[in-house]
Design a protein around this ligand. Structure first.
Ligand SMILES: NC(=O)c1ccc[n+]([C@@H]2O[C@H](COP(=O)([O-])OP(=O)(O)OC[C@H]3O[C@@H](n4cnc5c(N)ncnc54)[C@H](O)[C@@H]3O)[C@@H](O)[C@H]2O)c1
Length: 275
């Protein structure tokens, strides 16, 4: 991945060895936001573990690209696509039904699709507030409920929702995003408490700044400054989508079988540094 907005010389992540997590082979994974960034890296990580994948995204072309990359690396992979907006509860229900029809079940929901919203609160238009909440919070609920019904019916499952470190902290000019992501963490805990008896584990992943298209867009529009962000991060770099996928693998796997209602932070130390 190119890093045009990050000055040369910033320490990059070292490639890490391929870890293997238990209990993922053959599992049916519904992966939202799989067309790009963290979602695409998650698709690759779960494919590597022999999971069967239903990719969901609003952007059909991006998903096709993810699918092509997956099949190039894993020719035997069982993978299918469904185009939907997670903000549309009817479309989400249809997508879950399609997943069940195609694969017979939904074992793991990677509830990852989301958008960014950076704007001073006095200028935030009601439609911008609604769009952020509709996608980043309500969309996460629709997917969890629709997949959760099927998991309950089949005797269990795992949900990993991508929240953000900004769901645990706060920032000027990010009101709608921080509020939605804090909501995702609350939703995660509520569902974990409610659905443990149905053998459904529910956890949240809280990435720090991670180098994806979403970040490139914000850097290009000078909404954020990559060099400044690296400087504020104790590990002195942005995260990689593969590092977020690794955390999702762990949370979804049997290695995390006693973990539910947890918000796992992967932020290079940003929150620990007090920002
Ligand atoms: N990149 C970061 O620094 C960062 C940090 C913390 C949290 N996150 C969260 O991680 C998740 C993934 O972000 P990313 O950086 O990979 O972004 P990205 O923009 O690279 O990918 C997001 C994907 O979600 C899809 N999407 C957007 N709206 C959708 C909708 N309504 N329905 C279905 N799909 C939709 C997009 O088409 C895209 O493929 C988001 O929830 C984001 O808030 C990202």
């Amino acid at each position: 991945m190119t890093t045009p907005h990050i000055p040369n010389g910033y320490p990059q992540a070292q490639p890490f060895g391929v870890a293997q997590y238990p209990g993922l082979a053959g599992k049916v994974v519904l992966n939202t936001g799989a067309g790009s960034g963290i979602g695409r890296a998650m698709a690759q990580a779960f494919a590597r573990h022999g999971a069967r994948l239903m990719l969901l995204d609003i952007d059909a072309q991006a998903m096709e690209q993810t699918k092509a990359e997956l099949l190039a690396a894993f020719p035997d992979l069982e993978v299918d696509l469904v185009q939907a907006s997670i903000a549309d509860d009817v479309a989400v229900e249809r997508a879950c039904a399609q997943t069940q029809q195609r694969f017979g079940r939904i074992d793991i929901l990677l509830n990852n699709a989301g958008i960014s919203m950076n704007k001073p609160s006095l200028e935030l238009k009601p439609e911008e507030w609604r769009r952020t909440i509709d996608i980043d919070l309500s969309g996460v609920f629709y997917c969890a409920q629709s997949a959760g019904r099927r998991m309950a019916g089949q005797g269990g499952g795992v949900i990993v929702s991508t929240a953000s470190m900004w769901g645990l902290s706060s920032s000027a000019n990010r009101l709608a995003y921080c509020t939605a992501k804090a909501g995702v963490i609350s939703l995660t805990k509520c569902l974990a408490a409610e659905w443990a008896s149905k053998r459904i584990r529910v956890n949240a992943l809280c990435p720090g700044y991670t180098h994806t298209a979403l970040m490139d867009d914000l850097m290009e529009r000078n909404v954020i400054n990559g060099a400044e962000l690296c400087g504020k991060t104790p590990l002195n770099r942005l995260g990689k989508p593969e590092e977020m996928a690794e955390a999702a693998l762990y949370l979804a796997s049997d290695a995390a079988s006693f973990i539910t209602g947890h918000a796992l932070v992967s932020d290079g130390g940003w929150l620990a540094n007090g920002y």
